[in-house]
Write a protein that binds this ligand. Structure first.
Ligand code: PEP
Length: 256
């Protein structure tokens, strides 16, 4: 089943707006939950409130990050053990964390392994910077990120593993990657995942596209043969816009 995730990032800034947005998304998304796995990923303080809105609707909840240890003296961190039971998914290695918080491939690998061991699904983000794209080194950068991030993964993790290919230069910029570039990179990701956990298991790992996805451009990505959905940032803060993305995804996959 395709997966479409709404990464709200550090928005909205109050709980009432967060709950309204969750209700707005839910009102449309629940009608497609048999055909598309929809995941809402709010900031940590809104997780409990949003989980109550989602209740047993079929729309899933995700966290934007987690730490690799389960408990202890790690001020400010949130562990997979704390998220387990409330969230089904966690994003790791988002480019904004790599960029602003110095998150390394090694940290991403530890977070991925720890979240999977807590039975959370992991959406691991990879993607090249503009400089890499311009220099033609996107493939090397992305395959190194995938290899490093999956260092401790095995075939058993495949159903709970999602890789989001997000060219960093396309995130929040309104610039869209050429679908041909997105397709070639997703094909490379599938190949590298196969080298890490076996080709059979790699086919079960879903690959998303992310980077300024909106209701107008989503179709050109989700209809790519290897694309299993989208990770959506800015456009997920507008319930109607996000609902439209879910609807288009459901239609495209309904015709496959
Ligand atoms: C993201 O946050 O992962 C993202 C892709 O953001 P945007 O859709 O705003 O580019």
């Amino acid at each position: 089943m395709p997966l479409v995730a709404a990464n709200w990032k550090m928005n909205p800034t109050n709980i009432d707006d967060a709950l309204d947005l969750a209700r707005g998304i839910l009102s449309v998304a629940r009608g497609h939950s048999e055909r598309v796995e929809v995941v809402i990923v709010p900031p940590f303080p809104w997780l409990i409130g949003v989980s109550e809105v989602l209740d047993s609707s079929g729309v899933k909840l995700g966290a934007q990050d987690c730490f690799w240890e389960m408990s202890g003296a790690y001020t400010g961190e949130v562990s997979p053990a704390m998220l387990k039971g409330m969230c089904q998914w966690v994003i790791v290695g988002h480019s904004e964390r790599r960029l602003y918080l110095g998150e390394t491939d090694d940290m991403v690998a530890k977070k991925t392994a720890s979240a999977l061991s807590s039975e959370l699904g992991v959406i691991m983000c990879v993607g090249e910077l503009a400089d890499h794209y311009d220099a033609g080194t996107s493939d090397q950068v992305v395959s190194a990120q995938v290899k490093a991030g999956l260092a401790s993964c095995s075939a058993d993790d495949s159903a709970r593993l999602v890789i989001a290919y997000e060219p960093v230069w396309a995130i929040g910029t309104g610039k869209n990657a050429d679908p041909e570039h997105a397709y070639r990179t997703m094909r490379l990701i599938r190949k590298v995942v196969g080298e890490m956990i076996g080709a059979g298991a790699a086919r079960k790992v879903r690959i998303l596209y992310g980077g300024s996805v909106n209701s107008k451009n989503v179709q050109q990505y989700v209809e790519l043969p290897l694309c299993d959905g989208a990770l959506v940032g800015g456009a997920s803060l507008d319930a109607d816009e996000f609902a439209h993305i879910v609807k288009v995804t459901a239609e495209v996959y309904g015709h496959r």
